[in-house]
Ligand binder design. Structure first.
Ligand code: NMX
Ligand code: MLT
Length: 486
């Protein structure tokens, strides 16, 4: 363990962040270990990951060119008029290499299901859950990493995790009651001044180097996000008493530590949480927004901020806070910790009669229980089977689907990832549900930024679909205009 000579918890923010300390020149203060030969080996390991990605990416780019030369005119489907009015459901219009969603089976990351990832990805010492570092390697390179390769990612993210003081100052300029997602996005925008991509583009970077700068920005941003997110958490909910990073911990374990959670099983939860929320193919709002904005060659900071603004919507990532708020309100109204299934059923019907959605249920693509829900349920059964809130989530699972099904219009009555996550967090004392979407966002960075690296190495162009007006649609229906040309 590196001895910082500092207490683990530092109540005075000024002491930690405002001493005009040049962090780069003070490696031990920021828990950056001096470069020993083992560290050098790790850096070389990282270069190998980048090199590996380059080889894979360039090979696929060549393959795609050939594939399009031969098959580019093949039709892959039809578009119905209703689809352009209904959120483009079912229209395949994007390429995402990192993961693929099957409506029945759920997500697979580079072909691996969540239980397979739990089995095959490297773990922290003594742990059972996968390291998100390993998942990032898998999404980026397309191969399962060895333990050493996952450790390389950990060590490089540690080294790149320094957050400049002005970013904390920018957060501090916001009212403390600003929603954590607002604080998070503002912090990401403040970090944007660090973008290598923006600097190199301004200096006249060649197209063939875009991926290289996006890779570097993505690594820096992912490395810094836990620090930023933990800062927001401690600022808003723990009187600004911030906690130093622990340079010996893995990315998710250190995130748990900086938020103030030392329980080993909470760290395990964070590893699982950061793994299962990382990616959900390319069309979900946060991934699509990141990809879309990135297609204008906006740098990874700008692109990721766009994605996070989408994640902050209640039909997307904010649903995780809505779920727990909804359950807390249910418990308060009924004055019970463990509502019966009949009581839950009445409450669901009331919610629907008020014209509201039941948060955590339904999905735009999935048509079965989300395997991310199941993975969390398994975690709950292992670590907290008797927790009344967790049991309530399970009782809701038995109650809600038949009610939603009976309405006849909901395509998927089953729970999604957000139906479960909050109850696990509350078990460990993280009751501040407005923060939950930030956790989702830190995890989602892994998928969308690996995706952005792929976008640039494949040389994908500016995304710009055609739109039509209803006036034109009506003309077309009357045979007065041709609107579906190129
Ligand atoms: N509760 C009540 N009504 C629902 C629900 C639900 N959980 N899910 C869908 N519906 C309604 C939907 O609002 C629509 O109503 P209307 O025709 O009156 O506009 C109708 O059922 C048909 O919707 P679908 O085609 O089944 O769903 P769609 O693909 O449009 O929407 C969601 C998908 C996820 C937006 C929707 O299921 C929903 O609002 N769920 C609750 C919010 C939620 O849990 N979001 C998190 C998704 C996962 N994530 O992390 O992003
Ligand atoms: C996600 O993880 O992004 C959500 O399940 C939403 C989606 O896939 O559309």
């Amino acid at each position: 363990m590196v001895n910082l000579g500092l207490p683990a918890s530092i109540p005075n923010r000024k002491l930690q962040f405002h001493d005009n300390i040049d962090f780069a020149a003070q490696p031990s203060f920021n828990n950056f270990t001096p470069l020993k030969s083992s560290s050098l080996k790790k850096i070389i390991g990282m270069e190998i990951m980048k090199e590996r990605f380059k080889v894979k990416g360039e090979a696929l780019a060549t393959e795609i060119k050939e594939l399009l030369k031969e098959h580019g005119n093949k039709k892959i489907g039809e578009v119905h008029l209703s689809q352009i009015y209904q959120g483009m459901r079912g229209i395949t219009g994007l390429v995402a290499e990192t993961s693929l969603l099957d409506a029945q089976e759920g997500i697979r990351f580079r072909g691996y299901s969540i239980p397979e990832l739990q089995q095959k990805l490297p773990k922290a010492e003594g742990g059972n859950e996968p390291l998100p570092e390993g998942l990032f390697y898998l999404m980026l390179v397309g191969e399962l990493p060895t333990d050493e390769q996952a450790q390389h990612v950990t060590s490089v993210w540690q080294r790149r995790s320094h957050v400049p003081n002005y970013v904390f100052d920018t957060i501090e300029a916001l009212p403390v009651n600003a929603h954590p997602m607002t604080q998070f996005v503002v912090a990401v925008m403040a970090l944007q001044t660090q973008s290598q991509f923006a600097k190199r583009y301004a200096a006249g970077m060649s197209k063939k180097d875009y991926w290289d700068a996006v890779f570097d920005d993505s690594m820096d941003l992912i490395a810094r996000l836990p620090r930023v997110a933990a800062y927001i958490y401690r600022r808003k909910y723990k009187n600004g008493e911030h906690i130093q990073p622990n340079g010996l911990l893995d990315w998710a374990g250190n995130f748990a530590h900086m938020m103030g959670y030392e329980d080993e099983s909470f760290k395990e939860l964070m590893r699982l949480y950061m793994t299962i929320h990382a990616d959900h193919e390319g069309g979900n709002v946060s991934a699509h927004a990141t990809h879309l904005v990135g297609s204008a060659l906006s740098d990874p900071y700008l692109s990721f901020a766009a994605g996070m603004n989408g994640l902050a919507g209640p039909l997307h990532g904010l649903a995780n806070q809505e779920v727990i708020k909804w359950i807390f309100e249910l418990r308060e109204e009924l004055e019970t910790e463990l509502p019966t299934k009949d009581q839950i059923s009445e409450y669901v019907k009331k919610t629907l009669s008020q014209g509201k959605v039941v948060p955590g249920y339904g999905h735009a693509v999935l048509r079965k229980t989300d395997p991310r829900f199941t993975a969390q349920m398994e975690f709950g059964k292992k670590h907290m089977p008797d927790d009344p809130l967790v049991q309530t989530v399970w009782n809701i699972y038995e109650t809600v689907p038949p009610i939603l099904q009976s309405l006849g219009k909901i395509k998927n009555p089953w729970p999604n990832v957000d139906a479960h996550s909050g109850a696990l967090l509350v078990h460990y004392g993280m009751v501040e549900y407005e923060f939950y979407t930030v956790l989702f966002g830190v995890s989602r960075a892994l998928g969308v930024l690996a995706g952005l690296c792929w976008d640039r190495i494949l040389g994908l162009p500016l995304e710009r679909p055609k739109s039509v007006s209803t006036r034109l649609v009506k003309k077309w229906l009357n045979g007065e205009d041709e609107i579906w040309g190129d």
